[in-house]
Design a protein around this ligand. Structure first.
Ligand SMILES: Cc1cc2nc3c(=O)[nH]c(=O)nc-3n(C[C@H](O)[C@H](O)[C@H](O)COP(=O)(O)OP(=O)(O)OC[C@H]3O[C@@H](n4cnc5c(N)ncnc54)[C@H](O)[C@@H]3O)c2cc1C
Length: 398
């Protein structure tokens, strides 16, 4: 596609305004469902295609910041988030032996912005479905090709059907096909960290807060939500080392063998490696978020390292801003709406991405001396300072 993105689009047909625009959303994860619900609320009739045959029970605990909760409030879904999620009360950091270095209360954050809520990912998907009309979703369907023409985006789907859309919104996650179709191969940025996620018996830890163990270049975090406890473990390693199901449990046990506290109990309880998820921690920064009639939202354009716990909220915030901009445009002036969307979002997303990179470097310090200094700094860091950190993350206008 060689169109100049600063000019309005050429149109061989009728111009469609705001909600009348023929809209396709690719991907029914957090960004896609949030956007679909927000657009329907504004009178749009989007079609959403999701590659998975059904929304299964895949995923662990995810975190919704108060800035993400605001979007759910607007969709009338916040009460359900409160019922099904779990509000964090405190945040505890231990050294690798399990000795608590510092415990923080997050009361001041909650007082100013509202709770930070953990929830089982499939439960959040289910909640978001409460704002989306079922007949707008086509499961088990993906996009085979997109051709941006004067008539709109001519689309061929995996079931052989076709459609023409004024705009296509790629919400298809970190390994986005829509992104690849419009921008080619854009490399993900590897953080130097890779990790495993799995469920453990929630009785191992009675806290309603997050508990993290920081070792030398290694991390183990326990994230509770209602009746469940997810553990995320991660280590510094080169990209491409990979992980085989056959050796997965052994690998986790070896990496965390020197850890104390409740970790030995966690490690001895591991039994089925197929229930353990492994991935490299990547993020993604792009100069352009759209091209012609196609725009990207969520992980497909601004994936964030998982250690920030921000991916869900950033995806929801971006969906909310794009929904607003789409109300105020038409099918030929989409490039302007997309630029507005990007300029309203990019600074904030950059800030959160950079912060998660800085945090990653700090947490995953490998040298013995530096990790001792790190632990000393954590001991000296107060709940008031933690409040300032959160205030900086949450104060931006959308
Ligand atoms: C199954 C799953 C489990 C996850 N579990 C966790 C977790 O436990 N903890 C955590 O912090 N984060 C998890 N994530 C990531 C987290 O949901 C995202 O980082 C964040 O919510 C950003 O949302 P997103 O909508 O941009 O991307 P995602 O939530 O990743 O959603 C992308 C959606 O697009 C669909 N899709 C992908 N390619 C295509 C295609 N070609 N055509 C049509 N549809 C497509 C995917 O099936 C998915 O539904 C998970 C993501 C997925 C998909």
């Amino acid at each position: 596609m060689s169109r100049n993105d600063n000019t309005p689009l050429r149109s061989s047909g009728r111009i469609h305004y705001g909600p009348d625009m023929r809209t396709l959303i690719v991907g029914g994860g957090i960004a896609g469902l949030t956007l679909c619900g927000l657009l329907q609320q504004r009178g749009f009739e989007p079609t959403l295609v999701e590659r998975a045959p059904k929304f299964g029970d895949v995923g662990y605990v995810i975190v919704v910041w108060p800035s993400g909760s605001r979007i759910l409030k607007g969709l009338g879904l916040y009460e359900r988030l409160r019922e099904q999620g779990c509000a964090f009360t405190d945040y505890n950091i231990s050294n690798y032996k399990g000795k608590v270095i510092n415990s923080y209360t997050i009361d001041s954050v909650v007082e100013k912005y509202g709770p930070i809520i953990s929830i089982y990912r499939p439960d959040l998907i289910d909640i978001l479905m409460g704002a989306v009309r079922g007949d707008s979703i086509r499961m088990n369907t993906t996009v085979v090709s997109l051709a941006d023409t004067d008539n709109g985006v001519e689309t061929v789907f995996s079931d052989g059907s076709t459609g023409t859309y004024d705009l296509v919104i790629g919400c298809d996650g970190i390994r986005s096909k829509v992104r690849k179709d419009i921008f080619g191969d854009v490399p993900l940025r590897y953080s130097g960290m890779s990790g495993w996620g799995f469920w453990v018996n929630p009785d191992i830890c009675s806290s309603e807060g997050i508990i993290e163990y920081w070792g030398k270049g290694k991390f183990l975090g326990m994230w509770p939500t209602r009746g469940r406890l997810a553990v995320f473990t991660s280590v510094r390693r080169k990209s491409g080392v990979g992980d085989s199901v056959d050796t997965r449990i052994e690998s986790i046990r070896q990496n965390f063998a020197e850890f104390g506290g409740v970790v030995p109990e966690i490690l001895s309880g591991l039994d089925d490696p197929r229930d353990i998820y492994y991935d490299e921690y990547n993020d993604l920064k792009m100069d352009r978020w759209s091209h012609g009639r196609v725009v990207l939202v969520g992980d497909s354009v601004h994936a964030i390292l998982p250690n920030a716990g921000a991916g869900v909220s950033m995806a929801m915030e971006s969906a909310a801003v794009l929904a607003e901009e789409l109300c105020r445009t038409d099918s030929v002036n989409l490039p302007h709406a997309f630029r507005q969307y990007q300029s309203r979002r990019k600074g904030r997303v950059n800030k959160v991405q950079n912060q998660s990179r800085i945090m990653g470097k700090f947490i995953y310090t490998e040298s013995g001396i530096l990790s001792s200094i790190r632990d000393y700094l954590v001991r000296a860091y107060s709940s008031r300072q933690l409040f300032r950190y959160w205030d900086n993350m949450l104060k931006d206008p959308l």
